[in-house]
Design a protein around this ligand. Structure first.
Ligand code: NAP
Length: 259
């Protein structure tokens, strides 16, 4: 079993990473940052986003597990004081592999075609003032949006930015993507639905604009100067999480937002 650690970069996470390596050596686990079987993220949900983008090209073969150094995360369920136990589980137990859907964005820029994946969401904002964009669903005109932006999230990302802008929380077993508005302007010219919408896997949405776009892919910013249309849909690829014990989604929602 080959592992790679992706830590948050602060002192505490780096110390935990060193401890993980120490324990892993005892169990004969091999460290491999190029072709790992398992990626251990140490930090928080934001750290898991970074780990996802670092190992995105290995999605078909790699699984992820998260250790949190602060509050319980949506992607990071192991506590720092359970690190030794986690190493033992990785070495000796057979995990349950749980797969979560991702959102795919496709666009052209500089004459090249790009295909990007997000674990939480894509957020579209204008690089110059308010975002003015036409939304088309499955090739049909849907609405003319004017406002601060649009958040196009995965089910597991529904508890992040999407929730802050009033979107619904969606269970990650549903293969869907959600489009939520950020501060839309509604008048006679620009009229939007005003609530978020959830699209199934076989649907797609095109966003067309006339101006440069800031496309946020999770925590990463892509400035698209010449792109005029971006297509979003649920990706064929999924992220795999290695579960060594149950981690019920609704418990995480309750513990993060209610209790
Ligand atoms: P950040 O601004 O440093 O932190 C964003 C916060 O969101 C952190 O507390 C992070 O948890 C939490 N988070 C990340 N993924 C989550 C998820 N799936 N469910 C619930 N909470 C989640 O940025 P970052 O750490 O690089 O994360 C980038 C993410 O920030 C974006 O993907 C977007 O979802 C989110 N964001 C939210 C808003 C907003 O709510 N108004 C605005 C911009 C971006 P940890 O502390 O455990 O890392």
């Amino acid at each position: 079993m080959k592992f790679s650690i992706w830590d948050k970069g602060d002192e505490e996470s780096r110390a935990l990473s060193a401890r993980f390596h120490e324990q892993a050596a005892r169990y004969g686990l091999e460290s491999d940052d190029e072709q790992p079987d398992i990626v251990v993220s140490i930090g928080g949900d934001g750290t898991m986003l970074q780990a996802f983008h670092r190992f995105r090209h290995l999605l078909r073969s790699v699984s992820f597990v998260g250790v949190h150094t602060g509050r319980l995360g949506f992607y990071a369920d192991w506590r720092k004081d359970e690190l030794v136990e986690l190493v033992r589980m990785i070495a000796e137990a057979r995990p349950n592999i749980v797969q979560y859907p991702l959102v795919q964005a496709e666009y052209e820029s500089g004459g090249e075609r790009f295909v990007q994946l997000a674990l939480n969401e894509f957020t579209l904002k204008s690089a110059e003032g308010t975002l003015v964009a036409e939304l088309r669903i499955n090739g049909e005109p849907f609405e003319m949006f004017r406002g601060d932006g649009l958040v196009i999230s995965t089910p597991s990302g529904s508890t992040a930015y999407n929730k802050s802008v009033g979107g619904a929380v969606i269970h990650p077993s549903l293969e869907a993507m959600q489009i939520a508005e950020i501060a839309s302007i509604n008048n006679r010219v620009y009229r939007t639905l005003g609530s978020s919408i959830v699209l199934p896997k076989h649907h797609y949405c095109d966003v067309q604009t006339e101006k440069p776009i800031d496309l946020w892919m999770d925590h990463l910013l892509l400035r698209l100067d010449d792109t005029r249309t971006i297509r979003f849909h649920v990706a064929e690829e999924k992220i795999s999480f290695a579960r060594y014990r149950p981690f019920p989604f609704w418990n995480r929602v309750r513990e993060s937002f209610i209790t």
